[in-house]
Write a protein that binds this ligand. Structure first.
Ligand code: 5AD
Ligand code: SF4
Length: 446
């Protein structure tokens, strides 16, 4: 049989990246091999995101390019998945007649059947129903980029309904996976050589809370920590309101739990936080940060900030800058507020002007640049544990790995180091990566 090829483009967050990994794994079972060459592909899937306008625009541009491709090659199958597909559904099929398949965030497990249907009937298909549980969640998938590190979804959806956010509408209500299913999945991955898992969910700290008597996130972390072969555990994303002292205390207790956390603050102004419906104050946030640093002084803290939320005054914005100065994040994702249809914030009529949003974003980004450089600089001269993930993108004589605090380190080394934890001395630091030199390649024997 002739080899069939799949080309997958992913927009958006880690959740989407992992969904794409699962799509690739499922379609492998239907005879499709993933390729980076779009011209070779018989099946093209775009995994879309609609969390911000920019992500949505990117998806539309990608769609435009596919229109031309389909004209030249009518046999290719084009599928659109992800949040935008979930949100637009039938409208998308109507708008883009060259698209064969539109499927939502809860329908990934149906992909093989959908493809078979299109291959045999030539008809177009729409699948955007919300099922009680996302069955494809349980497919152990190695990352497309790494044999060493893998994502594992522990919960899906979100019940928080922050006023700006479309996620609860496109990913549905919060639902935790069974503990044993997660443990089995991580064990399978460990058996395949995976050393690091990132537990994924929109709000992992509330894992188990929607089921009465179900173990919570602390128990999950402890259980994953016991799995043989797993050397590192990370998790994302955490909502500050659900980051309990119990979880904070686990950082020094579970050896495998890496010293890093992504803790989105969104704003430093209590007025804005209230309107965003975040359910914490800036002081609550600072207290969490202090708690984390007390038990784990070198913990790396990253965050998300939105500038220009409706009603954000210069004074509110200044409070965000003040909070950044107090916390000094290791890294930050910052965004201009982007109005999303169906969310509560659409109703607010005190919108912030685009040029003001732009200026505030620039200010946040330039301050963060300074903080990231400062933070990275403190690592110069230190020896760090590095889990080697692969050959460096920039230089074939170098390998690339990460510190426990999730910073990328490049240093001279060969493929024999991939999958190993080594130590390296940090010699130089940059904004997005660090330079190191190998100290010990068999850490257990050093
Ligand atoms: N506008 C701007 N940023 C947003 N985010 C979510 N929704 C919006 C929006 N409407 C950001 C938040 C969130 C991150 C994943 O995306 O900062 O934490
Ligand atoms: Fe969106 Fe808020 Fe849920 Fe995060 S916690 S996914 S920002 S609604």
């Amino acid at each position: 049989m002739k080899q069939k090829y799949l080309h997958l483009t992913t927009f958006g967050c880690q959740m989407n990246v992992h969904d794409s990994e699962q799509m690739a794994e499922l379609l492998k079972r239907s005879g499709y091999e993933a390729t980076n060459d779009v011209k070779k592909a018989g099946l093209i899937i775009i995994n879309t995101c609609c969390i911000r306008e920019k992500a949505e625009q990117k998806a539309y541009s990608a769609l435009g390019r596919l229109k031309k491709l389909k004209l030249n090659k009518p046999d290719i199958i084009i599928g659109i998945g992800g949040c935008l597909a979930q949100q637009l559904g039938a409208k998308l099929l109507k708008k883009a007649p060259y698209v064969d398949m539109v499927f939502g965030t809860h329908n990934i497990h149906l992909l093989p059947e959908m493809i078979e249907y299109i291959e045999t009937t030539g008809s177009r298909i729409l699948e955007t129903g919300f099922h009680e549980s996302v069955r494809s969640l349980g497919i152990p998938t190695l990352s497309l980029n790494s044999r060493v590190s893998a994502y594992v979804t522990v919960m899906q959806g979100c019940n928080n309904f922050c006023a700006y956010c479309v996620v609860p509408y496109v990913r549905g209500r919060e639902e935790s996976r069974e503990l044993t299913d997660i443990i089995n999945e991580v064990t399978t991955l460990a058996d395949q050589g995976v050393k690091e898992v990132t537990l994924l969910g929109q709000n992992v700290n509330s894992y188990g809370k929607t089921i009465s008597g179900h173990p919570g996130f602390s128990v999950l972390l402890k259980e994953v920590g016991k799995i043989k072969g797993i050397e590192r555990i990370r998790f994302m994303t955490s909502h500050p309101k659900d980051l309990s002292d119990d979880i904070i205390r686990l950082f020094p207790q579970i050896d495998e739990l890496c010293e890093c956390i992504h803790l989105p603050v969104q704003s430093g102004s209590d007025h804005v936080l209230k309107r965003m419906k975040r359910r914490y104050t800036s002081q609550d946030y600072l207290d969490k940060v202090a708690g984390l640093r007390e038990v784990c002084p070198d913990i790396s803290i990253t965050s998300d900030i939105i500038v220009g939320f409706p009603g954000e005054t210069e004074d509110d914005f200044k409070k965000t800058i003040d909070l950044m100065e107090k916390v000094r994040f290791d890294g930050l994702f910052s965004f201009k507020y982007s109005e999303r249809e169906g969310t509560e914030a659409v109703k607010f009529d005190d919108k912030v002007k685009e040029d003001v949003k732009k200026r505030r974003l620039r200010e946040v980004q330039s301050l963060q640049k300074k903080h990231t450089l400062e933070k990275n600089k403190t690592l110069e001269g230190k020896t760090e544990y590095i889990l080697v993930e692969g050959i460096s993108k920039k230089c074939r004589d170098d390998v690339m790995g990460r510190t426990r605090s999730n910073k990328i380190v490049n240093f001279m080394g060969g493929v024999n180091l991939i999958g190993k934890t080594v130590t390296a001395r940090i010699t130089k630091t940059y904004l997005h990566s660090l330079r190191g030199e190998l100290v010990c390649k068999e850490v257990e024997k050093c």
